[in-house]
Design a protein around this ligand. Structure first.
Ligand code: CP
Length: 305
């Protein structure tokens, strides 16, 4: 049985296969409409979500299957003290595959150890968010036609941003990528990420001002300053509007510098950018459904001819 706890669970060759499958699903949705007839996905979301939970449920429904689950720990027996280990044992009796989001780092790994069904990490604290990375990568591949030879700026909360950690680790397996980390000093990228890049021979730079580097970027990955990860409200309020990507800044960017964001957005991308053809964040959401459909098929070992 195979789980998806980190994007590194897949080789780059397997990722290519997954993206090819997702692209085929986009082109030929009818071919896959009954691939999961009779199957169920359980979405166990201990933390808030709009995209990831609904995207998993839509993905399974698009494949002919059904979805069940809970949205919020308070709606589950976690509120009575049940452990993740016991919950996944129980859910293994109800569903064929599970997607779990939890505020604690490592929760999906723990679930995988006790599960009778494949477990997908739908975000564990500030650690990883592998399916966000899969859809980020698919979006880059679709827009740029490649997953190598570019300079990517990653801006915002690089300390707690699980999407950032998963994305950088995954990109650090492709050729000739230069990383530009843009953050306030308090939210700089963790040392373990920069150590990894150094070990693997990647170049990177760190800076505070987006305007200093935007002209050289091929891709810009914006992130939200996450209120829920701060220990005190004062620090959050001080940092929350540190970056606002607006039309003035976008005028300095390359004509093909796509802007990605895992969403939800707060103030870090001005809504006036939404109509800019370089704004790719809503395309990411659409690719997320195709990639999650491909992931469900892959983990359930279902092949469609
Ligand atoms: N990108 C993402 O994880 O969004 P949600 O928190 O809405 O699932």
């Amino acid at each position: 049985m195979r789980h998806c706890l980190t994007p590194l669970d897949f080789t780059t060759q397997e990722l290519e296969q997954l993206f090819d499958l997702a692209a085929d699903i986009e082109k030929n949705p009818d071919k896959y409409a009954h691939a999961c007839d009779g199957k169920k996905i359980a979405t166990l979301f201990y933390e808030p979500s709009t995209r990831t939970r609904l995207s998993f449920e839509a993905a399974m429904m698009n494949l002919g299957g059904k979805a069940l689950g809970f949205a919020g720990a308070a709606q589950s027996s976690a509120a009575k003290g049940e452990s993740v280990a016991d919950t996944i044992r129980v859910v293994s009796c109800f569903a064929d595959i599970a997607a779990i989001r939890h505020n604690k780092e490592g929760a999906a790994y723990v679930a995988s150890q006790f599960s009778g069904i494949p477990v997908i990490n739908a975000g564990d604290g500030g650690h990883e968010h592998p399916t966000q990375t899969l859809l980020d990568m698919m979006t880059i591949r679709q827009l740029k036609g490649r997953l190598n030879h570019f300079t990517i700026g990653i801006c915002g909360d690089l300390k707690f941003g699980r999407t950032v950690h998963s994305l950088v680790k995954t990109l650090a397996r492709y050729d000739d990528i230069h990383f530009v980390f843009i953050s306030p000093p308090e939210l700089r990228v963790p040392d373990y990420i920069t150590d990894l890049l150094e070990e693997k021979g990647y170049t990177y730079e760190e800076c505070i001002k987006l305007e200093d580097v935007i002209t050289k970027l091929d891709l810009l990955y914006m992130t939200r300053v996450q209120r829920e990860r701060f220990f005190n409200e004062e620090d959050y309020v001080r940092l929350k509007d540190f970056y606002v990507l607006n039309e003035k800044l976008m005028r300095r960017a390359k004509n093909d510098m796509y802007v990605l964001h895992p969403l939800p957005r707060v103030n870090e991308i001005s809504v006036e950018i939404d109509k800019d053809p370089r704004a790719a964040y809503f395309k990411q959401v659409q690719y997320g459904v195709y990639v999650r459909m491909a992931l469900i098929l892959t983990l359930l070992d279902i092949h469609v001819d």
